[in-house]
Design a protein around this ligand. Structure first.
Ligand code: SF4
Length: 312
């Protein structure tokens, strides 16, 4: 079954923008769309504002951010907030594993919605009303904006988080137990290490002391998703690759070991992408049937067809 991910409707090519246009993103619709079921959401149309409609923006009135039409100055905040309240409950039923928001929109922008003063001065950027409410309601669900996803590091990070979160949801569906948490943790260790050695330690301690902690599952998920937000840099990935090399000590002859070392070093120097050492390592994991590595999410974080590790 495909995992469900929310998306601003206009990114799928739906003609729902204020002027009846769309903002189709081919990568999201056609490439990532092969592996996820998109759940489209257009706050402005769904709250009843129609197509076409007057363009809106966020305006600060006495420390309160309002959604106001640009020319006629009609305040749609209450209408939008009422719709948001009901929509969040509806989305909860769907168990989304992530959400991709349309940048710059006063309703859907996640980081880049502009806020103006009453007299039209730009005050800064923040989240649109729906995006803000979504991230407060679904605190652990991975969220991103379309514009930022053009960056291969951000794209890889977001999609990896979506697939990790979906794995956690699967676990929850069959029933979380302490033993299942230990098993999940052992599979995600290398992924975690590639993002944040600090969170690797925090989560290790949390799991080790988990039997005494009745909030262990929610604390685990919180720290896991926070840790994964940190970028898996070349340096951190290289550290993980050397760590993996240690598991082949007894299996590889000198030539094969030197070849793998050279590949890792070339990755560190930026001469080849991450997919190259990972492919060689997967070959050895299969050949020598190394169980601990075989079950690591790090070696299979998302479908290969997305080609995300070809660019980092
Ligand atoms: S940015 Fe959001 S509100 Fe605007 S058209 Fe797209 S989905 Fe609708």
């Amino acid at each position: 079954m495909k995992i469900k991910v929310g998306i601003s409707s206009c990114l799928l090519g739906e003609k729902v923008r204020y002027d009846g246009s769309h903002k189709l993103d081919y990568y999201l619709k056609d490439t990532l769309g092969q592996f996820v079921e998109w759940i489209p959401v257009c706050p402005e149309v769904e709250c009843g504002l129609g197509i076409p409609r007057e363009a809106m923006r966020l305006v600060m009135f006495n420390n309160d951010v309002r959604l106001v039409t640009i020319n006629s100055k009609i305040d749609h905040t209450e209408r939008m907030e009422k719709w948001i309240k009901a929509k969040l409950k509806e989305l909860q039923e769907l168990n989304l594993s992530g959400f991709v928001f349309k940048s710059r929109s006063p309703s859907s922008g996640l980081f880049s919605a502009k806020i103006y003063s009453v007299d039209g001065k730009l005050l800064g950027k923040s989240s649109g009303l729906f995006a803000k409410a979504f991230k407060e309601y679904f605190k652990d669900v991975p969220v991103e904006e379309d514009g930022r996803l053009q960056n291969p590091w951000i794209r890889e990070n977001f999609i990896e988080r979506v697939f990790v979160y979906a794995r956690w949801q699967e676990l929850k569906k069959v029933g979380l137990t302490y033993d299942k948490l230990i098993d999940f943790h052992s599979k995600i260790k290398l992924t975690l290490l590639s993002h944040s050695p600090v969170h690797y330690k925090i989560l290790g301690k949390l799991v080790a002391e988990g039997r005494k902690n009745n909030k262990v599952y929610e604390e685990y998920l919180y720290h896991l998703m926070e840790g994964l937000k940190l970028r898996a840099t070349v340096k951190k990935n290289t550290n993980v690759l050397y760590h993996i090399l240690g598991y082949f000590k007894k299996n590889l002859d000198v030539d094969d070991k030197n070849e793998l070392l050279e590949v890792i070093e070339n990755y560190y120097k930026g001469l080849i992408p991450l997919i190259v050492p990972i492919t060689l390592i997967k070959h050895y994991v299969r050949k020598f049937n190394i169980e601990y590595l075989n079950k690591q999410f790090y070696l299979n974080p998302f479908p290969m067809e997305l080609m995300l590790r070809n660019h980092v």
